[in-house]
Design a protein around this ligand. Structure first.
Ligand code: AMP
Length: 433
């Protein structure tokens, strides 16, 4: 299918052509005609599938049909993070550049003055994070009573980030007659219930099941002791990879620590996370996008939805306890059929998460042993809330197939690992290859 088959109005067709898009992605093929026809839509799709254009293009077309004289907000897109909100608005700006529709993005963490002034001038399409939106509503600056289209983006992430209550408060304020578009990478039961409660006979489209990882992404696992991870990262950045790399860290503190270490090794690096000001985050992101900074270290929340064309490498410095996060993270690379690589550093604390991640994606991730920090002696450990080994119950095997073993380098069962914890005696405790 070609974009010309979608009956888009000329100003949108021209803007899309300027973006260099020729064929709609699978979700766009399905969403654009149905949303233009006024249907509600449930898209099970992760970032990287073209889902932003899947809702932005038909919204622009629908709102162009008529232009009411009042200054009310006509379309609201609710999304969990500032970065995602900014990117959605950038897309709307690009696809709507030949249309007279006004759009605005609002988010917390910055003074509200400029956002408030822009709102007062009148906005057709508002992109918002939940907290700032509710603040403006409480102050009487925003009313949703004339809303025509509501988009809930990244619904599962709203749940993960504890925003579901805020989202439900927003939903209560929506007019009952509206078009609703709902996007989520995964469909846990709470999200399914939420979807059922706000959608009216929606068209349902699932483009990439969350458990499938893009086929173009070359995934690997590096077994490494916790204390060697920083040296391993420095090593691969100096010896194996010459491209830009997005590194995921579990904690803000960890992200800063990684950035400091790489900077001290003369590798241009910046970190983004929730403790950084919005300006610092935006600067770091644009430096990374322009290639000025080679490595960006990000926490999951700060990195959510980061859209960097041609990013070839993602490094998971640790694996998340939420297996779906792995799919979101590696989805930052290998976009639109481009080559992508995902490298995951796994120490004893990550072994359980590795097992769960592999279960979710339905495959064993190949182990890369060709580096100076490879170890076959990891022991399953539990993590405490400070990202440190938990000593209550730590060191005991949690599964029967999570621990890597190397027959050439086998320590006797019951010996002490480098983390000072007892090794399991279970002979079956070998990672299946
Ligand atoms: P998203 O899933 O919305 O995060 O989009 C992922 C990337 O795909 C973004 O860089 C978009 O600009 C790009 N994109 C979206 N639709 C198309 C298309 N039809 N053809 C080529 N690239 C696209």
């Amino acid at each position: 299918m070609n974009f010309t088959d979608l009956n888009l109005i000329d100003p949108i067709a021209k803007a899309i052509q300027e973006q260099g898009y020729t064929n709609p992605t699978p979700i766009q093929e399905r969403s654009i005609p149905d949303i233009i026809n006024g249907r509600d839509f449930l898209g099970c799709a992760q970032t990287g599938t073209g889902k932003t254009a899947a809702f932005a293009i038909p919204i622009l077309q629908n709102l162009s049909k008529n232009k009411p004289s009042n200054k009310n907000i006509r379309a609201l897109i609710l999304t969990p993070t500032r970065e995602l909100a900014i990117q959605i608005e950038e897309n709307i700006k690009a696809y709507g550049k030949f249309l007279p529709l006004k759009h605005l993005v609002i988010f917390g963490g910055v003074k509200q003055g400029n956002q408030e002034a822009a709102l007062k001038k009148g906005v057709d399409i508002l992109v918002a994070t939940p907290g700032r939106l509710l603040d403006f509503i409480a102050q009487g600056i925003i009313s949703l009573k004339n809303l025509e289209i509501f988009v809930l983006d990244e619904a599962d992430r709203m749940l993960d980030m504890g925003f579901v209550h805020d989202v439900k408060r927003v939903i209560k304020l929506l007019p009952p007659r509206r078009q609703t578009l709902f996007f989520s990478a995964t469909m846990p039961s709470e999200i399914q219930k939420l979807a059922d409660s706000i959608l009216n006979n929606p068209v349902k489209v699932e483009v990439t099941p969350v458990s499938s990882t893009a086929e173009t992404i070359n995934q690997s696992v590096y077994f490494v002791e916790r204390d060697d991870k920083l040296d391993l990262l420095t090593h691969i950045l100096k010896n194996d990879i010459s491209d830009s790399v997005l590194v995921f860290a579990r904690t803000k503190h960890g992200a800063d620590k990684i950035a400091r270490k790489l900077q001290s090794s003369s590798i241009s690096t910046e970190a983004i996370h929730g403790n950084k000001s919005q300006n610092a985050r935006q600067n770091a992101l644009s430096n990374f996008k322009s290639g000025k900074t080679r490595v960006l270290v990000a926490t999951d929340i700060a990195a959510r939805g980061i859209d960097i064309d041609e990013l070839k490498y993602v490094v998971n410095f640790e694996l998340s306890d939420v297996s779906e996060t792995y799919v979101h993270r590696i989805g930052r690379t290998g976009r639109a059929g481009a080559e992508g690589n995902s490298i995951s550093f796994v120490d004893g604390l990550d072994l359980l998460n590795l097992k769960n991640t592999e279960k979710l994606i339905g495959m064993k991730i190949p182990v890369e042993k060709n580096h100076p920090f490879h170890t076959d002696n990891l022991v399953v450990q539990k993590r405490d809330s400070n990202n440190k080994p938990s000593h209550s119950g730590g060191g005991r095997p949690q599964s029967s197939n999570s621990r890597p073993q190397n027959s050439n380098n086998k320590k006797p069962a019951g010996s002490t690992s480098s983390a000072g914890l007892k090794k399991p005696k279970n002979k079956n405790f070998t990672r299946k290859k």
